[in-house]
Ligand binder design. Structure first.
Ligand SMILES: Cc1cc2nc3c(=O)[nH]c(=O)nc-3n(C[C@H](O)[C@H](O)[C@H](O)COP(=O)(O)O)c2cc1C
Length: 164
């Protein structure tokens, strides 16, 4: 760690940057649904259509999802705070009571999300203590009528809608 700041300060200052919140989902080798809350999701390229995110080396879910070669990004709505924390903090029962349908890749589309981005894994590279995973978008859809997204800011979640 840099001598000018410690890891707590790093997290605190970076927490001033608001992000959207997604659950990256997939099906593991046993056929079970897996998923993890991710704030580092971003659009990367239009042509070819690429998106990306940064899972920690310590992530248990990502290797299980990656074994299938694909994943689905579930963009969370404002009212999915409980799912956000469950898929970040609980290690078992993340899908208990959760309604989902398979995306074309088979990865779960979690009911109530405002958009779904179904991807195959294009590349995965090491960046510090994280991986940079790039996905090639194969299918996508947004859900009409769902217009309040979740944002993560200073350790808490809130809702945001267009200003129009
Ligand atoms: C709002 C929010 C955003 C998060 N973003 C990321 C992220 O971008 N990358 C990451 O590795 N973990 C992120 N996490 C933490 C993971 O969700 C958490 O470490 C989880 O327990 C990992 O589960 P796993 O070990 O099953 O993969 C985030 C958590 C929250 C609440």
């Amino acid at each position: 760690m840099n001598k000018a700041f410690n890891s707590k300060q790093f997290r605190q200052v970076l927490g001033n940057f608001p992000t959207g919140v997604v659950i990256v989902s997939g099906i593991d080798k046993s056929g079970l649904p897996q998923g993890v809350t991710i704030g580092s999701f971003t659009s990367v390229s239009l042509d070819p259509p690429l998106v990306g995110f940064f899972p920690n080396f310590t992530s248990a879910s990502w290797p299980a999802i990656a074994s299938s070669g694909s994943f689905c990004v579930n963009v969370l709505a404002e009212d999915q705070g409980e799912l956000c924390w469950r898929f970040a903090k609980e290690t078992v029962g993340r899908y208990e009571g959760v309604q989902w349908t398979p995306a074309p890749s088979g990865s779960p589309k979690i009911a109530g999300a405002i958009a779904y981005i179904d991807c195959t894994i294009e590349s995965s590279s090491q960046v510090g203590d994280h991986l940079f995973v790039v996905g090639r978008v194969q299918h996508l859809e947004d859900v009409s009528g769902s217009d309040k997204a979740m944002v993560f800011f200073r350790g808490a979640v809130a809702g945001v809608s267009p200003l129009t």
